[in-house]
Design a protein around this ligand. Structure first.
Ligand code: ADP
Length: 259
């Protein structure tokens, strides 16, 4: 059943190309000067790929981009953590890799992504937080976007290594709504509590120091080649990630606007 429905949704996604058409018409409307309700109408930006090392602030910027452009944000790490929490078969398979700071194999990742991109809310574009992380994932994604004629913007949040360690050690997340904070750089209004729902914040198990170092090694080995490849193709929008979240967001928007 599970395989059947995945196959069906994948086929639907690949064949119907509906989000490409919808994105194109959204662009046409935006270009025609008609008034759009910015809070609800997607901006027609297409796909935004957020790259950056663990702790660089991808989830915070993903959320902002999602709100600003009225498109969903797809966090592969968030989806995996949700499966682990619910104890699904996928979660049980992914958990040991995540606990070890390694990447979850593509055989598990590809269906997660394709299922999600086939949902109607991705028709007008989406933000990808945490995907692609390997050259194989990047090639698969590019082929899919090209086939569907969807523009993509690849953003790298560039953060020096020494700041990353502090960012990761200080990261706290809300177990209920998944909002993330940093005790050094972006503390919640009330210490230890989520601004949105008041839930007690926790540290992610993979933010413990020895796992953190492994995740940074994995990033260097697997994801740096993806960044180099986008850079060689002249597609990388490099953002200084060592600024406040507001400054990072402003730099992203101005560079997206000048694309
Ligand atoms: P971070 O970017 O801070 O490492 P994420 O929440 O994006 O955190 O990812 C947490 C974990 O989920 C990763 O360490 C990895 O095990 C797994 N993961 C997330 N996205 C992918 C992906 N695209 N491919 C393989 N594994 C992934």
């Amino acid at each position: 059943m599970r395989t059947e429905s995945r196959k069906t949704s994948r086929r639907k996604f690949l064949k119907e190309s509906s989000w490409a058409i919808a994105a194109a018409s959204a662009l046409a409307i935006a270009g025609s000067g008609q008034d759009q309700k910015a809070e609800t109408a997607p901006s027609g930006v297409g796909a935004i790929v957020l790259l950056g090392p663990p702790g660089a602030g991808k989830s915070v910027q993903g959320r902002r981009l999602s709100e600003r452009h009225s498109i969903p944000v797809i966090s592969t790490g968030g989806r995996l953590r949700d499966h682990v929490k619910r104890g699904t078969p996928l979660g049980l398979q992914a958990d040991p890799y995540m606990k070890a700071g390694k990447l979850v194999p593509d055989s598990l990742m590809t269906p997660i992504l394709e299922d999600r991109l086939s949902q109607p809310d991705c028709q007008h574009g989406f933000v990808l937080d945490g995907y692609p992380r390997t050259l194989a994932q990047a090639e698969g994604l590019d082929a899919l976007l090209k086939k569907n004629g969807v523009a993509s913007h690849v953003i790298l949040l560039d953060v020096p290594a020494e700041r990353l360690l502090k960012l990761l050690a200080g990261r706290r997340v809300c177990p209920r709504c998944n909002r993330s904070y940093n005790i050094h750089f972006q503390p919640p209004k009330k210490e230890g509590l989520c601004d949105a729902d008041g839930e007690a914040l926790v540290q992610r198990p993979d933010d413990k120091e020895e796992i953190t170092l492994r995740r940074l090694e994995t990033y260097e080995k697997e994801t740096q080649p993806v960044i180099d490849s986008y850079s060689r193709q002249g597609r990388l929008i490099r953002i200084n990630g060592a600024q406040t979240p507001e400054q990072v967001a402003t730099e992203i928007e101005s560079k997206l606007a000048s694309q």
